[in-house]
Write a protein that binds this ligand. Structure first.
Ligand code: DAK
Length: 256
């Protein structure tokens, strides 16, 4: 479910499950962890680009797989997600997310693990979880607030609204928006300009910047996983996810 290629000193990792809009299931989470560990050990790679196949970057965690999780399984799924996503974030080399399309839920959260995000004009961002009866669970509540201002983060998380690439640029969620056909070339040029700099200095600069960003992140992610898990087995979570999977309209949320 992942494709990987190297262009000189730049690695390109593509989430490749286009039939499900690259939705992330447990197998994909494990594959991501393994691949990222491999990349971390390859000293010839100096910058990584993360992107998706087809019209999505990643349309979220796999709703079909999550639908029937118990609270305990929800917690375990969340912690498994944190392990893989944190491995991306903890790579010593810079990571650029080239967001080619939908970056929803877990997809927006994966993009947030990158150091730099650039987007195609077609990209769309959202944290739609509260509309599915759950909270963001792969770091959205923690990484979004460390990336954009609190009002914007709260608006995205509490309304579940989808924002355009342009709006994402205005709020600082991405640093550039380019036409879709220019996305990969722009990402590659950016990656090559980083890879041409002194590797130790680049690595240490990233580590230094991350100190302010990542303070207490691990504890906060664990707290997020508990709050996330608590939403499972509720009537609202079961109803909303079943409606998505069955392609039927949602009924009104009951708070149960
Ligand atoms: N999961 C599973 N399948 C998905 C999917 C998803 N998130 N998104 C799309 N697909 C599948 C669709 O079911 C459809 O499958 P088939 O019917 O062809 O078998 C196929 O991909 C194509 O999708 P559509 O036919 O819907 O394509 P459209 O262009 O019409 O619509 C869309 C595109 C992106 C607007 C729509 O697919 C959509 O609304 N998708 C769901 C987006 C969403 O709500 N994503 C957030 C999921 S919640 C956790 C941590 C994190 C999370 C959860 C737990 N823990 C701590 C435990 C994260 C949660 C999320 O990400």
């Amino acid at each position: 479910m992942l494709l990987y290629e190297k262009k000189g000193a730049v690695g390109i990792l593509t989430v490749n499950r286009p039939e499900a809009l690259n939705a992330i299931n447990s197998a994909l989470l494990d594959e991501l962890y393994d691949k990222v560990s491999e990349i971390a050990a390859d000293e010839s790679v100096r910058c990584l680009i993360l992107t998706g196949s087809g019209k999505a970057f990643v349309a979220g965690a796999d709703i079909g797989e999550m639908k029937d999780l118990s609270k305990q399984e929800g917690y375990e799924f969340g912690m498994r997600g944190h392990r893989s996503f944190t491995a991306v974030e903890n790579l010593e080399i810079p990571v650029i997310a080239a967001v080619n399309g939908y970056a929803l839920g877990g997809g927006c959260e994966l993009a947030l693990c990158a150091d730099i995000r650039i987007a195609s004009e077609r990209a769309k961002f959202a944290q739609p979880e509260v509309g599915l009866g759950i909270t963001p669970g792969f770091g959205g509540t923690q990484r979004l607030i460390r990336t954009v201002n609190r009002a914007k983060a709260m608006e995205m998380i509490l309304t579940a609204r989808t924002v355009s690439a342009q709006e994402a640029l205005e709020m600082g969620l991405v640093s550039r928006v380019v036409p879709g056909e220019e996305l990969m070339n722009t990402a590659l040029a950016l990656a090559e300009s980083i890879a041409a700099n002194a590797p130790v200095a680049v690595r240490n600069a990233k580590a230094a910047v991350r100190r302010s960003y990542a303070r207490e992140l691990n504890e906060d992610l664990e707290a997020e996983a508990k709050l996330f898990a608590d939403c499972f087995e509720t009537e609202d979570q079961r109803m909303a996810m079943t409606a998505f999977v069955n392609k039927t309209p949602k009924t009104e949320f009951k708070g149960k």
